[in-house]
Write a protein that binds this ligand. Structure first.
Ligand code: CMC
Length: 421
């Protein structure tokens, strides 16, 4: 219980405290008089508002902890695979061998993209922005599948979830190939999830493509590290869209759209553009000074929740060296390392607790794999899809769920009359 004394009226209110929160709606009883709407909380960016109960992902931003269903991300990255984590996120436990087989079979059964969606991608110009195409393609799945808006039973929900997880790499690869004017490559479900994606991206005509095992493993870990991150901007967007009763495909299109921006999933692309722009190690100090004077941001640094190292960034930095052993080093690695060193020793970044996040090193790996920068956020989207769909499922099954409908503080005109003509 917490007691609030309203100094405006002298009245006292006892509000229940549970799970470290008060119910925002309990503030409404605090009024100056009967005509008063009641007290609201003002929280742009929802920096201090819990919008749901969730048992999927735990983050302690001060300690740099990330766990999926209780398992530390470091252990999962070492001992598990992306598709094992799909089951973990959806069901709460790591899969048994038959359950893992079930995931594989479901992904294989749904791996082929509907012809109409491929035609739509083919109709877009080669100069398209790939993330914009992914938003459209995700929504288009909901236009093509006749049962898209039937999702009341657990079986229907699961079917939609596997469909969309299986489709994401195929859509991303088709979009990439369209930008290069290449023929689309059919999926090969006998390969691993990451291996199949690499093949759909890079197979040339008449070639039997065999993915490089190190790159396949690295991509699997990267996808896994992106799988979920509790109530981030895109996951909140998925939940928001779903809250109106919209189907999963529309909700996912909302998630992809929210991911696109440079403050979120678009940051991996922005980091590489920034490193390209800096160009040489000698240019770093001047760039950092510009950032400190408010001219742009150090992309790939800072996080709403982490106030220390993002644990994913540490794993990705290690992974980068394994990938570069195969691909040759990325020439921008030296700039990234020096930039990190300088920023971590600088009072501006120390005071604001700005550390490298998941996007700081991931782009260097993607670029070394031959993936163009504008495709990077699509890889984030592929990785994040199991998280989005698990959060959607949790929302759908949540007895507390409600249409999301925030309030506002109105700052416009009071009533006025339309002038006579
Ligand atoms: N470079 C320079 N200054 C920064 C940065 C940065 N990357 N991030 C935050 N700041 C400063 C900001 O200017 C502010 O300073 P002051 O107090 O003097 O006004 C202070 O730090 C607090 O920043 P904020 O904007 O209030 O923090 P936020 O929690 O709203 O923003 C963020 C979080 C991730 C959007 C932000 O740190 C940022 O823009 N980072 C760069 C983009 C990026 O890397 N995004 C990927 C995030 S991780 C992947 C994901 O989950 O999407």
């Amino acid at each position: 219980m917490i007691t609030i004394i309203d100094r405006r009226t002298g009245r006292q209110y006892d509000l229940k405290v549970a799970e470290g929160t008060i119910k925002a709606a309990d503030l409404r009883q605090i009024k100056v008089d009967d005509t008063d709407f009641g007290l609201m909380s003002f929280d742009p960016g929802l920096t201090n508002t819990a919008s749901c109960h969730s048992s999927i992902t735990f983050i302690d931003g001060d300690k740099g902890i990330l766990r999926y269903r209780g398992y530390p991300i470091e252990q999962l990255a070492e001992k598990s695979s992306y598709i094992e984590v799909i089951w973990l996120l959806l069901h709460g436990e790591l899969p048994t061998a038959p359950q893992l087989q079930e995931v594989r079979a479901a992904l294989a059964a749904n791996s082929k993209t509907p012809a109409e969606v491929l035609q739509m991608i083919a109709a877009l110009p080669a100069s398209m922005y790939p993330m914009a195409a992914l938003i459209s393609a995700t929504a288009a799945l909901g236009a093509v599948y006749p049962d898209a808006r039937a999702f009341s039973t657990p079986e229907q929900k699961t079917a939609h979830i596997y469909r969309i997880i299986a489709q994401m790499p195929a859509l991303a690869a088709a979009i990439y190939r369209r930008t290069k004017g290449l023929n689309f490559v059919e999926p090969d479900p006998s390969l691993s999830f990451a291996g199949n994606f690499l093949r759909m991206m890079f197979k040339t005509d008449n070639e039997t493509y065999t993915p490089n095992a190190t790159l396949e493993k690295a991509l699997d870990v990267l996808f896994m590290l992106h799988e979920d991150h509790e109530q981030n901007c895109s996951t909140s967007a998925v939940r928001n869209v779903a809250s109106s009763g919209a189907d999963l495909y529309s909700s996912m299109a909302g998630g992809v759209a929210a991911l696109l921006g440079p403050l979120h999933g678009g940051a991996n692309e922005a980091v590489l553009r920034m490193l390209h722009q800096i160009g040489t190690v000698e240019n770093i100090p001047a760039f950092v000074e510009k950032v400190k004077s408010g001219e742009g941001r150090l992309m790939g640094f800072g996080h709403r929740v982490y106030k220390t190292f993002d644990p994913r960034a540490k794993i990705i930095k290690e992974l980068a060296y394994q990938v570069f052993a195969v691909t040759g080093t990325n020439p921008y690695l030296d700039i990234a390392i020096k930039l990190e060193q300088i920023a971590l020793a600088d009072e501006y970044f120390i005071k604001r607790k700005l550390y490298p996040n998941v996007d700081f090193y991931s782009g260097l790996i993607y670029e070394a794999m031959g993936i163009p920068v504008e495709m990077f956020p699509l890889l984030f989207a592929i990785g994040r899809t199991p998280g989005w769909t698990s959060q959607w499922l949790e929302f759908e099954n949540d007895p507390e769920n409600k249409i999301v409908r925030p309030l506002q503080i109105y700052t416009g005109y009071d009533q006025r009359d339309v002038p006579a003509k």
